[in-house]
Design a protein around this ligand. Structure first.
Ligand code: ZN
Length: 269
């Protein structure tokens, strides 16, 4: 039975003048272990085809499945000996987890809640640290930090990142709606109104990240107008803001929220 994560690589058009179908197939033989950027795992070829198109051109196509952990270790030349680089080993630990989850048959679109990102993330290569599940991106960072002796324990790292992620996720949510309230303390809120920029005709469009979750097509958030409201909760009738603060970048809004709502010194009344 085919592996659940079997996929097709190609088709490619290759020029192989004076070569037979068998010779072209032999370039991608069944059983070969390899990697390609469009495939998220180290693969093993399970079926290989080459179709002559005339003039020495071939349409090349092969089916692949995730390679086993042992095959992957040999292919990537992992070295777990004590004199190998600890940083490399940290990255290999993360790759090994990722490969094992593809190999074990976790489906391509499976997501799990990452305790550090505080949202659903791709499940492949995630790991448990003290019963907290984190995604593979976080595993890489935790393993690297352990290798470099920059953290005391994974749980401290996860808690710190969870706090930052909650701020980031809240801003994402507000960007998706155009406005929203963030609690700063007891009866103290900042209401954020997102200002968007129209970028469809911008010559810088290629550099811009156009996220489809923003409420307006071809618009990206550029600034945030914040209305600081004190002695108020969002379910109460209108109350004039104590202060209006314009955040000219997402980073400035993040700084403000991470400080617990400390008003910038130069802001106007
Ligand atoms: Zn994560």
């Amino acid at each position: 039975m085919a592996h659940i994560n079997r996929r097709i690589v190609g088709p490619y058009c290759w020029k192989r003048t004076n070569k037979s179908v068998e010779e072209v197939i032999a370039e991608n033989p069944i059983g070969k272990i390899s990697a390609i950027s469009s495939c998220p795992f180290i693969y093993k070829i399970v079926d290989s085809r080459a179709t002559p198109q005339g003039d020495g051109m071939f349409e090349v196509l092969f089916s692949v499945e995730p390679a086993s952990p042992d095959e992957t270790a040999v292919f990537l030349k992992w070295d777990w000996s004590p004199n190998a680089d600890r940083g490399d080993q940290a990255m290999w630990t993360a790759s090994d987890l990722r490969q094992r989850s593809w190999y074990s048959g976790i489906p391509v679109d499976k997501k799990l809640f990452c305790a550090a990102h505080q949202k659903l993330m791709p499940a492949h290569g995630g790991n448990l640290y003290d019963n907290a599940f984190v995604c593979n991106r976080c595993v890489e960072q935790i393993e690297m930090a352990i290798a470099q002796n920059t953290i005391l324990d994974p749980q401290t790292w996860i808690n710190k990142h969870a706090a930052i992620s909650m701020v980031m996720n809240k801003i994402d949510e507000i960007e998706a709606h155009g406005h929203g309230n963030i609690k700063l303390g007891t009866r103290r809120f900042i209401e954020i109104v997102v200002l968007y920029e129209f970028i469809r005709n911008s010559e810088y469009k290629a550099d811009a990240v156009i996220e489809d979750h923003y409420p307006y097509k071809d618009m990206v958030p550029t600034a945030y107008r914040g209305y600081l409201r004190e002695d108020w909760t969002p379910d109460e009738y209108f109350n004039a803001p104590t202060k209006t603060i314009v955040f000219t970048s997402r980073n400035k809004l993040v700084d403000f929220l991470e400080s617990g709502g400390k008003v910038p010194a130069n802001s106007k009344k």
